[in-house]
Design a protein around this ligand. Structure first.
Ligand code: S3P
Length: 166
């Protein structure tokens, strides 16, 4: 089975959708951020503050390299992962289908408004960074799933329908 990669902005519901899809499909689910945290033995926020974003991006690339070798996986990617061509190339080479989870920006803003853990939100405006990234998310994905509801089940159902139709 081809692997499935879930991409999209912070707060778009990638981990929640991955968990729902895991139960609907016979696939294992791995969150690349959690994988990195386990390997580095510290939270993402600490990796950023101690070593900087470039260090984190290299760890993220390594994680994707290791994990995308496996078939049958649902990979929940960090929000910035597909901004880097080298990661998208790996996913493509390994036959991954890329889904872009795109709940309405109003939903995303509501979810992220009190976030204090994500390093990039401490220095960027939520909507500005979303708008900057949007064209890349759209360009790299095989399928985009949208909802204006604050409900990740709806996105998981849409992905499941797509998987059943291909
Ligand atoms: C990032 C998103 C985060 C995490 C890191 C960088 C980004 O993951 O990888 O803080 O660049 O958008 P989530 O999308 O799971 O919050």
């Amino acid at each position: 089975m081809r692997g499935i990669a879930l991409c999209g902005y912070m707060g778009c519901g990638k981990s929640t959708v991955a968990k729902i899809l895991k139960d609907k499909t016979a696939r294992e689910y791995i969150d690349t951020d959690k994988y990195i945290e386990e390997h580095e033995n510290m939270p993402i926020s600490e990796i950023f503050s101690k070593y900087g974003e470039n260090y984190f991006r290299d760890r993220e690339h390594e994680a994707i390299k290791e994990l995308s070798n496996k078939d049958d996986l649902i990979l929940s990617l960090g929000g910035g992962a597909v901004m880097y061509k080298r990661n998208v190339e790996l996913l493509r080479q390994n036959g991954y289908l890329i889904f872009f989870l795109n709940p309405d920006i109003k939903v995303i803003k509501e979810r992220l408004k009190n976030d204090s853990k994500r390093p990039l939100l401490q220095t960027n405006d939520i909507e500005q960074l979303y708008n900057k990234r949007l064209p890349t998310y759209k360009a790299v994905c095989d399928y985009e799933v949208y909802t204006d509801k604050n409900d990740s089940t709806c996105l998981a159902d849409k992905i499941s329908d797509i998987l059943n139709s291909i």
